[in-house]
Design a protein around this ligand. Structure first.
Ligand SMILES: Nc1ncnc2c1ncn2[C@@H]1O[C@H](COP(=O)(O)OP(=O)(O)OP(=O)(O)O)[C@@H](O)[C@H]1O
Ligand SMILES: [Mg+2]
Length: 636
């Protein structure tokens, strides 16, 4: 205001100003009143809001706490109390650090930062719970401000996520465990998507065992490997993928990359992989076991062939108790016992040993040695007949049990043949001696006699010549000597021809046979029928002699045994053989006589033929005669 102003003006101004002052006081009063009313309204609203906030905080289903700048609780939600085991306690006004005396420093740091304006959160934060275990929190905290913008404290939102965290950890642990098992297990494992058969994963064992690289199979349909799979496996896989059933203990065969056969025992279960149904398969390699089994089976079948179709008789029995575990076909056909009758029984029960002493000896020898070889032992057949066996016994182990493998040869026939041979050679020896004796006697009687007579004649002639005048007596004596000498020459011829059929050398085989047959007819009166289609023969002396001697033996037999009226002799030849057939119409040789090992005459014929590579076949029918066929190969 300026000092040059008039009083009136001043008073008017004063009056005016007083009025104005009054007016403004009034206005101020009104304003104050309005403000007071407003404040009251605001205060009430604030009170309402605070009550609402407290209510909201108390009942909100999250853990919320509100602190002042000294970290004293202003508000706290029920959930907060339950989460931290503080139910029933009144925290309001208490210090957070008193309530939680062991709060880590890093959190106190956090609080300080927030009280200076920071906003912080943490997704996973470990803490020690009231019982000392580790819990996990997710939290967020921010400052709250007063009306004037000043920071009044902080609000803390927390969520205990220990449960979730644990189950996540459990899941991770189980996934880790699975991954570990998946890759460390010696079993081959893999995961196969059912929808399209694509292999999602295979483990290290699979890679190692199959020799395929990871990218040759991962993310490829399993059928990419069809070429190395057994046909049956491809089929099985198609089936497993379409039926979608868990598969247990499938035997799976395929070839590894380097061509080895791989056999696995495989099981598969259905698992869910991110919502996609898949097979998780695990395979146990059984290649070696399988191959061993197959080798065993093969060897068993080889053994069983060797055992069963062995022409020798074979049995397997337990050492302990002696029960038969197996007998072969030869055993069955020789003894007459069926397999059912033999297996499970002992030799003693079947009464197989005619001589228990032999059995005792065999068993005793077996106690000392691992095997017994070529033991002659009798065996009694089911029909009571006895046979001679050449027995070998060996101790073998079968499924951990000591067993005996008996192998035997029926040597009855061989023994009989040997016997026959022995008899034959004895007879040949005695025949030769007889022959010698006979020839000696003949030489002695006939030649000796004749020569003695001749000597006597000569002495007489000598005496006669000294005294006689008439020589007619001398002439007579010389004539008689000539007769004696002629007879002696004949005797010598006869003896010589018996020693070796001279006709053979003189006439050849065909004519010698004809001559022999004629002689036979003349001597016996049997009617002989002669058929010959052979002119010339290329037969060496040995063969010719054999045929001739056999013929003589046949004729002797006919004379001695046949009581025949007719004899049919036929000579023929084929491209490579000469055949002599002699047939009589006598009583006929029987089978027994033919087969008898004591028929030494017949055996001798056969032997003779065999010695020159030929054969003798004898047939006959009782009442219908006997036929003997002699066959030798022509000399080349
Ligand atoms: N032609 C035949 N007709 C009928 N039976 C015969 C004939 N030849 C042989 N047999 C029978 O066969 C048996 C065996 O003949 P084999 O020549 O071996 O013996 P064997 O003539 O009796 O005596 P040997 O040893 O002296 O020859 C004879 O005993 C006889 O019973
Ligand atoms: Mg005879």
């Amino acid at each position: 205001m300026s000092p040059g102003m008039g009083m009136k003006r001043i008073s008017s101004i004063a009056a005016q100003s007083k009025l104005t002052t009054e007016l403004s006081r009034l206005q101020e009063l009104n304003r104050l009143k309005a403000a007071a009313e407003e404040r009251k309204r605001v205060e009430e609203a604030v009170k309402t809001n605070e009550a609402l906030l407290r209510l909201f905080i108390k009942h909100t289903p999250a853990a919320i706490a509100m602190f002042d700048t000294n970290m004293r609780y202003l508000q706290v939600s029920d959930r907060f109390l339950t989460d931290y085991d503080l139910e029933g306690q009144d925290l309001i006004g208490k210090s957070h650090y008193v309530v939680f005396p062991h709060l880590p420093d890093r959190w106190k740091e956090v609080h300080r930062r927030i009280l200076t304006g920071a906003v912080e959160r943490c997704e996973e934060d470990p803490y020690t719970t009231s019982d000392g275990s580790t819990g996990w929190l997710q939290w967020e905290s921010l400052p709250w401000r007063k009306g004037n913008g000043e920071i009044g404290g902080l609000i803390l939102f927390t969520q205990v996520i220990t449960g979730r965290k644990r189950s996540e950890e459990a899941l991770r642990a189980s996934e880790e465990r699975f991954a570990k098992i998946f890759n460390l297990t010696p079993f081959r494992m893999g995961i196969l998507r059912i929808r399209d058969g694509v292999v999602l994963e295979v483990n290290d064992a699979w890679i190692r065992d199959t020799g395929f690289a990871r990218d040759e199979i991962i993310n490829q349909p399993i059928f990419t490997l069809s070429s190395v799979m057994a046909d049956s496996l491809v089929e099985q896989l198609h089936q497993v993928l379409t039926t979608q059933n868990p598969a247990l203990d499938l035997e799976v065969r395929f070839k590894s990359k380097d061509g080895r056969e791989v056999i696995a025992n495989t099981s598969a279960v259905i698992i869910d992989l991110d919502g996609e149904p898949c097979y998780l398969w695990a395979a146990n390699d059984i290649t070696e076991r399988k191959h061993a089994e197959e080798a065993l089976r093969a060897s068993e079948s080889r053994f069983s062939i060797a055992f069963n179709s062995n022409p020798m008789l074979a049995t397997i029995s337990m050492l302990e108790g002696g029960r038969f575990l197996a007998v072969n076909d030869s055993f069955i056909s020789l003894t007459g016992y069926s397999r059912a009758e033999a297996v499970g029984h002992t030799a003693l029960e079947l009464n197989l040993w005619p001589n228990p002493e032999v059995r005792r000896k065999v068993m005793e020898k077996l106690k000392r040695e691992k095997r017994v070889r070529d033991f002659e032992a009798g065996i009694r057949l089911k029909n009571g007949e006895e046979r001679m066996l050449l027995l070998s016994v060996e101790k073998i182990e079968l499924d951990g049990q000591v067993c005996l493998l008996h192998v035997a040869n029926d040597v009855t026939l061989r023994n009989r043949a040997e016997e026959a041979l022995r008899a034959l050679s004895a007879r040949l020896r005695s025949a030769r001696e007889e022959e010698g004796t006979r020839i000696a006697r003949e030489i002695h009687d006939e030649l000796g006699g004749a020569l003695t007579g001749l000597k006597w004649d000569l002495e007489r002639i000598n005496t006669m010549l000294a005294t006689a005048t008439d020589f007619s007596d001398v002439h007579k004596r010389i004539d008689s000597m000539t007769t004696t000498i002629e007879a002696t020459i004949n005797t010598v011829r006869r003896i010589a021809s018996e020693l070796r059929p001279g006709v053979l050398d003189d006439l050849g085989l065909v004519a010698a046979i004809e001559w022999q047959v004629q002689q036979f007819q003349a001597r016996t009166g049997l009617k002989c029928h002669w058929t010959n289609t052979v002119n010339e023969l290329e037969l060496d002396r040995e063969k010719a002699t054999a045929v001739f001697r056999i013929l003589q033996e046949i004729l002797t037999n006919v004379l001695r045994h046949a009581q025949a009226a007719n004899l049919y002799v036929k000579l023929s030849r084929t491209k490579h053989h000469f055949e002599l057939e002699v047939k009589d119409d006598g009583r006929g040789i029987t089978r027994n006589q033919r087969m008898n090992s004591r028929s030494l005459g017949l055996l001798g014929m056969k032997e003779r033929a065999l010695l020159v590579g030929g054969e003798v076949r004898i047939t006959g029918k009782e009442g219908h005669g006997t036929t003997v066929l002699v066959r030798v190969a022509l000399s080349a």
